[in-house]
Design a protein. Structure first.
Length: 364
């Protein structure tokens, strides 16, 4: 078992200590939550992936078992909230990400039995997700407490769900359970993410809306390079990292690590390494990572370390050094620009004769 090591930035021992910091946040039942005590399936899966990369297989498998047994009959997961709070909504992106985690674990461990055991969980989750896909292709972000769909989709979430669909398709093919409808849904989703910003609620204050279409896979090639250049000066603070939102004086480690992975998918390894190096300012001696840094007041903000932040760092390190079989996952889900940029069916509304890039929405 190889553990990531990024020369001059992170040693293997440091990466392992970060894995142990994630494991320390794991509950007895296998769930891995936020600093405030709540658990959501997306961040839980991200942590499970990082545990596997660090060689902490038992902790990772307990996390996946929690995912399997806590899934609701409709294929979704509700957030687990500290008492007496409750959140009865169910988010599409949270459900979808289990496919990325299971496919990643198969790539790392080559354990076909694990994949077979988790397949019903993935299948149910993807069917829940596709129940929220519109005819145009975007996926509504959640169902409300009464089960009805919300009225809008989110760009970053839909970009992430594109990678989830691609991983789910690959998992099905591996298990001899081909899913052509999922492949079509991924194509439609990729197109609308890459070409129809009007399909999504305006969350352009958030850097994720800028880089997730690249990280998630719908935008690749020259389009991806141009997209990242277009927003760089808006979201990136030189020598510090990435702002979570462009109008706040705060950089966050998770977003910086994710942007590093996105840069790596475009071939900009030097830029990705630079970002990973910069964000080490948020590394705690324990191996954990502080969530963010308020650079005007020179303090950690919020005043917490977070498991999902540590997980993003571990996955970025693996992506950059290729230590495990799961390291290429974010690059491999990328779309073929010649396919995903084509106009979809009549519901899309595109003129196939005019395929100029839409770019990112106006930000100010």
């Amino acid at each position: 078992m190889w553990v990531p090591e990024v020369a001059g930035i992170l040693t293997a021992d440091q990466v392992i200590s970060t894995g142990h910091a994630i494991a320390a946040a794991q509950r007895r039942d296998g769930a891995i939550g936020w600093p405030d005590g709540h658990v959501d399936a997306w961040n839980h899966v991200e942590c499970a992936m990082a545990l596997s990369v660090c060689g902490l297989r038992d902790a990772s498998r307990r996390a996946y078992e929690w995912l399997r047994v806590s899934q609701r009959p409709d294929g979704s997961w509700r957030k687990v909230m500290p008492e007496p709070d409750a959140d009865l909504t169910t988010e599409s992106n949270h459900a979808a990400y289990c496919a990325v985690g299971v496919w990643h674990e198969l790539l790392v461990s080559r354990d076909a039995g694990f994949a077979q055991r988790m397949w019903p969980t993935v299948r149910a989750a993807i069917e829940f997700v596709l129940g929220l896909q519109t005819p145009r292709g975007e996926i509504i972000w959640r169902r409300t407490a009464d089960g009805s769909p919300e009225s809008y989709a989110l760009l970053a979430g839909s970009a992430s769900m594109y990678s989830s669909l691609r991983c789910a398709v690959s998992l099905g093919q591996y298990l001899g359970e081909t899913q052509p409808d999922w492949e079509l849904a991924a194509h439609q989703l990729g197109h609308v993410v890459a070409r129809h910003p009007e399909a999504f609620a305006d969350k352009s204050r958030f850097s994720m809306d800028w880089y997730y279409p690249v990280l998630g896979g719908p935008v690749r090639g020259e389009e991806a390079t141009n997209q990242l250049k277009q927003g760089w000066d808006i979201y990136v603070v030189p020598d510090l990292g990435v702002r979570r939102v462009y109008d706040e004086p705060r950089v966050t480690a998770a977003e910086t690590a994710e942007l590093a992975i996105a840069l790596e998918t475009t071939g900009d390894t030097a830029g990705a390494l630079d970002l990973l190096d910069q964000i080490q300012l948020l590394r705690d001696p324990s191996g954990a990572y502080w969530t963010g840094w308020q650079y005007e007041t020179q303090r950690h903000y919020p005043n917490e370390t977070s498991s999902y932040t540590a997980a993003a760092i571990v996955l970025a390190a693996d992506s950059l050094c290729g230590a495990t079989g799961g390291s290429p996952i974010f690059g491999d889900v990328g779309a073929d620009p010649a396919v995903v940029m084509q106009a979809g069916d009549a519901a899309c509304g595109c003129d196939p004769r005019n395929q100029a890039p839409d770019g990112i929405p106006d930000l100010v």
